[in-house]
Design a protein around this ligand. Structure first.
Ligand SMILES: Cc1ncc(C[n+]2csc(CCOP(=O)(O)OP(=O)(O)O)c2C)c(N)n1
Ligand SMILES: [Mg+2]
Length: 321
């Protein structure tokens, strides 16, 4: 059995807890009417974010999804500024103008999501073209997109050009088996998404997206491949335990299905592995969890006590009028 660096393992658990506890708090704030606009929670998908981003380098560019809180947090976005953004405050990472779906921080190379599904894949291709033109040697772009988004024409077009131009893009399909209330089997004849790499002449692989270490290993290898050769597709299979967005009656899936996936919770599974196979004690993992919870509580206080944006700044950071 492989022994991993303790710090790396702690970081994996910490990033998964950050995503989980952040979203639980967002859900609570939403129920209080404090969140403007909508929000998409990815409870259950935390290993995808943590495993993928920990295998990347700090300088790599990341484009997230509309279900991207855990992705932004894994990329080390400031937690306070992120919570303030959810509450549309002046101290938010986008000064309150982006909201849950458009959290971005170019300073840490995190470009966030786009409300138009498929658009991020095209922009990711543009960022990768810039890397290639500047002849940067140790930087790739990673773009997360959903199984539903994998059916968008823009996604195919982006993969095609990236393949033709050998751009350094890792396409990560977060396959949670639903696009809103539609199961993938209703919109794909063949649900083996990795095969979609074949017509573009690039490699396609898949991995258990609820196993943070498996994701980490797959992305580490993929990054090397992309740096040397050009794009590849990695499908990370997971499940969103939370509903699609703020309102979801869960009428399209059974309670049993959700319960079965709760049993496969990536955090629960990783804790068990850390204790049974990597010599961690339950107490030290509890402590780590408590520390994350305290950081999230502090971020809620920070966000609530932050000022509202003023009308004076309404045109700041607007690039097209
Ligand atoms: C071009 C476009 N079509 C439709 C929508 C509405 N929409 C928002 S999220 C979503 C489902 C996306 O499913 P998937 O890509 O699997 O991501 P998931 O929500 O499962 O994370 C849809 C259809 C949109 N935002 N953009
Ligand atoms: Mg989906």
């Amino acid at each position: 059995m492989k022994k991993y660096d303790r710090k790396l393992l702690e970081e994996m658990l910490e990033k998964m807890y950050l995503g989980r506890k952040f979203e639980e708090r967002v859900q609570w704030l939403f129920s209080q009417g404090l969140v403007h606009g909508t929000t998409h929670l990815g409870i259950g998908e935390e290993a995808v974010a943590a495993g993928t981003i920990l295998a990347l380098k700090e300088q790599d560019y990341v484009f997230g999804t509309h279900r991207g809180h855990a992705q932004a947090l894994a990329k080390d976005i400031d937690v306070n500024a992120m919570m303030a953004e959810i509450l549309a405050k002046e101290t938010g990472v986008c000064r309150g103008k982006g909201g849950s779906m458009h959290i971005a921080d170019p300073d840490i190379h995190y470009f966030g999501a786009d409300g138009v599904l498929g658009a991020s894949a095209v922009m990711a291709g543009g960022a990768a073209l810039a890397i290639k033109k500047r002849k940067e040697k140790d930087r790739i772009v990673t773009i997360f997109f959903g199984d539903g988004t994998s059916n968008e024409g823009a996604t195919f077009e982006a993969i095609n050009l990236a393949a033709v131009w050998n751009l350094p893009v890792l396409f990560v399909c977060v396959n949670n088996t639903y696009g809103m209330s539609t199961h993938i089997s209703k919109v794909m004849k063949d649900i083996d998404i990795k095969k979609r790499a074949i017509p573009f002449g690039i490699p396609g692989e898949d991995v258990d997206g609820n196993d943070v270490l498996a994701v980490y290993e797959a992305v580490s290898k993929a990054r090397e491949y992309v740096l040397e050769n050009g794009p590849m597709l990695l499908v990370e299979n997971t499940y969103r335990i939370s509903g699609h967005s703020k309102s979801d009656g869960n009428l399209y899936r059974t309670k049993e299905e959700i319960a079965a996936w709760k049993e496969k919770c990536p955090i629960k599974a990783f804790r068990k592995y850390l204790v049974e196979q990597q010599g961690f004690s339950e107490q030290e993992l509890d402590k780590l969890e408590e520390n994350v919870a305290a950081r999230i509580e502090a971020s809620v206080e920070f966000a609530k006590s932050s000022p509202e944006p003023t009308m004076d700044g309404i045109l700041d950071d607007v690039y097209a009028l």
